[in-house]
Design a protein around this ligand. Structure first.
Ligand code: NAP
Length: 294
């Protein structure tokens, strides 16, 4: 039987609804919530992403400023800009669009953002607190994956969970969340010897690599829940035979949906839920700044 498709757009709409009453209560009592996105250089994909976030924020009632800086900015200048935003009480959320110019140390920049304004949950202080299971703000994509797994209805406790990819803000936090919920977690990466043997044992399979169609359907356990985080732009023949660009995930969707029990599509799966989580983090960050407690 074909897998149930987990509709990320619907989950994102539900989350936005849930956030709206928290947001209204905050603004009535404490004033506006404002997210500042810092965009460096002219990367077209980053610009599109920033504009779509801006639209979502404004629709929800969150103020949004896009600060566009030249790609020739130096690291001290960018750090000074972050200090300015940290000190500005009207700014409740800060995010730095990636990629950064090569000369700039990404970790140093992320480290400088006030952890209470770090709405993407990328400051090492926030990532580190995940170990203790009570962080200030967790990374949006990991939260999105957790939410999608929850909505799939699968019992996480005792499940075999396999996470392919171990980046600091995606794969590792996802493994940590699943472990905290008592799944038995296997983390796979470039050095994993027999990836298929691991993925075939997974009741819950999360793939966050960035390689189109890395996981074919016959690497999936029948009935598994499959969460595909990957976003890859590929060229494929269109209906008239001419090549067209398409966005695909790390999982071969057409074959996987015949085997899995539930699966997220790409696009329309993890992506929209991540954006909704950014909105939720932005609201929760503003609340946490009221008393700056963990
Ligand atoms: P990343 O920092 O490049 O990490 C990729 C991870 O995949 C690394 O841990 C790497 O292993 C592992 N890997 C690479 N090739 C592999 C292979 N053949 N087999 C097993 N593991 C392999 O990427 P990321 O930031 O985590 O993002 C991963 C993907 O998710 C990308 O496509 C990105 O665009 C997408 N993404 C989507 C969203 C969303 O909202 N939907 C958000 C964030 C990211 P090593 O650690 O051993 O090198």
């Amino acid at each position: 039987m074909a897998a149930r498709i987990i509709d990320g757009k619907q989950v994102a709409a539900d989350l936005r609804n849930e956030v709206s009453s928290r947001l209204l209560r905050y603004t009535v009592k404490h004033g506006p919530i404002k997210l500042v996105a810092v965009l460096i250089g002219n990367d077209p994909a980053s610009k599109i992403y920033a504009q779509s976030q801006r639209r979502r924020c404004l629709q929800a009632g969150v103020q949004h400023d896009l600060v566009e800086l030249s790609s020739s900015i130096t690291q001290p200048e960018l750090l000074a800009e972050i200090d300015r935003l940290n000190a500005d009480p009207s700014v409740t959320g800060i995010m730095i669009q990636l990629p950064l110019p090569r000369e700039i140390d990404e970790a140093a920049i992320q480290y400088r953002i006030d952890p209470y304004k770090d709405v993407e949950g990328v400051n090492p202080a926030n990532i580190g607190l995940l170990f203790y299971d009570h962080g200030i703000i967790a990374p949006c994509t990991a939260l999105a994956v957790q939410e999608l797994i929850h909505r799939s209805g699968v019992t996480v406790r005792g499940a075999e969970a396999v996470v392919v990819g171990q980046s600091g803000i995606v794969g590792r936090p996802i493994s940590m969340f699943l472990g905290a919920q008592m799944a038995t977690v296997t983390s796979c990466h470039v050095a994993t010897r027999d990836l298929a043997a691991h993925t075939r044992a997974a009741d819950i399979l999360v793939v966050a690599v960035g390689k189109p169609h890395l996981i074919p359907g016959d690497w999936i356990k029948p009935g598994a829940v499959v969460i595909d985080v990957g976003i890859n732009s590929v060229q494929q023949p269109g209906p008239d035979g001419k090549p067209v660009r398409r966005t695909v995930g790390d999982v071969h969707f057409e074959s996987a949906r015949e085997i899995a029990g539930a699966i997220t599509p790409v696009p329309g799966g993890v992506g929209p839920v991540t954006v909704a989580m950014l909105l939720r983090n932005t609201v929760e960050a503003a609340y946490k700044q009221l008393n700056r407690e963990l």
